[in-house]
Design a protein around this ligand. Structure first.
Ligand code: AMP
Ligand code: MN
Ligand code: MN
Ligand code: MN
Length: 295
């Protein structure tokens, strides 16, 4: 009779990261290589509003268990919220249509951002930003940041976000994004698990965060990035308690974008809270069990 030894504590996983298919620095193949080098067991590439990177990797022979994933942009009460879809069926027709919609929004939003920058005396931003992305439908604010640096309007990407692109600045155009419930529905229809990304990064008070998480849960959200290290410890604890009370599953990822970001390494993820069930227990399309058979 085989003995199952649970290895969650030793398992290396990363369920949130980016490649060149959205705003990351590595190609999908380079990212997979980096995951192998970091001995990652379980990985989901969650590019912004696209699964193109995953589609490039799905036939690659690899030691890494690869879960189809995506990070959708949406809005709630005028705040830009990110929802990660894990274990979605990449061939689901509704998901493909949803992604096309999001890409159309990205293009329209980019035109709006460029028009605003032009009014402020910074012309050519649309063409400038498009140069940095792999496909016009995947254009995002980081590509505008690259343009603003290249054109000499700012010193670095941080300054581009602080001055023009970040929360509440002129390039923060979010009214075109769908509502949370729409995104939850897309993920559900594709058989995936809907995960609230980096809940503490929205800089909300606990009372507002409480409303956001409850709304997410009531509209089909099933998991939350529960070891989010951003924000204060007290808020993290209260967020974890609320998530446990609601029966949300726990997910976590590095949100890796580039090897140049020293503070954010692929596979560097804090342990999941022990009171919560890991999100992978709900994976149906690509089942994964964090146990090995040692006979
Ligand atoms: P978008 O998907 O076009 O709305 O762009 C959002 C992305 O911009 C995030 O996923 C981050 O990668 C990046 N970002 C957001 N805020 C900042 C910031 N302050 N500095 C650098 N990058 C940022
Ligand atoms: Mn990003
Ligand atoms: Mn995000
Ligand atoms: Mn992300």
């Amino acid at each position: 009779m085989p003995v199952l030894r649970h290895i969650i504590a030793d398992m290396i996983f990363d369920l949130h990261c980016h490649s060149k298919a959205s705003d990351g620095a590595l190609s999908p193949a380079e990212l997979l290589q980096a995951a192998e080098d970091a001995n990652i067991d379980l990985l989901s590439l969650t590019d912004h509003d696209t699964i193109a990177g995953y589609l490039e990797l799905r036939e690659h022979p690899t030691s890494v268990k690869l879960i189809p994933g995506i990070e959708f942009s949406c809005q709630w009460n005028g705040i830009n919220i990110h929802i990660v879809g894990l274990d979605v069926d990449p061939d689901n027709a509704q998901l493909r249509t949803a992604i096309e919609n999001q890409q159309a929004v990205r293009i329209e939003r980019a035109r709006t951002i460029a028009a605003k920058l032009e009014k402020l005396g910074m012309p050519g931003a649309l063409e400038g930003a498009l140069k940095y992305c792999s496909d016009p439908g995947r254009v995002g604010r980081p590509h505008f940041a690259q343009f603003l640096v290249e054109a000499g309007y700012v010193k670095n990407a941080k300054q581009a976000f602080d001055k023009w692109l970040g929360n509440g600045k002129c390039g923060d155009v979010k009214s075109l994004w769908p509502e949370i419930e729409t995104v939850n529905h897309w993920i559900q229809e594709a058989g995936g698990v809907s995960v609230m990304a980096h809940p503490l990064r929205y800089k909300l008070t606990f009372s507002k965060l409480n409303r956001l998480i409850r709304h997410f849960h009531e509209t089909g959200g099933r998991a939350i990035e529960a070891s989010d290290q951003q924000g204060n410890k007290n808020l993290l604890k209260r967020m974890q308690e609320l998530s446990t009370e609601l029966g949300l599953l726990a997910s976590a990822g590095s949100d890796f974008h580039s090897p140049e970001w020293a503070w954010c390494r692929l596979g560097q993820v804090s342990p999941l809270p022990s009171a919560m069930k890991p999100v992978w227990t709900a994976f149906k399309n690509t089942p994964f069990t964090a146990a090995i058979d040692i006979d």
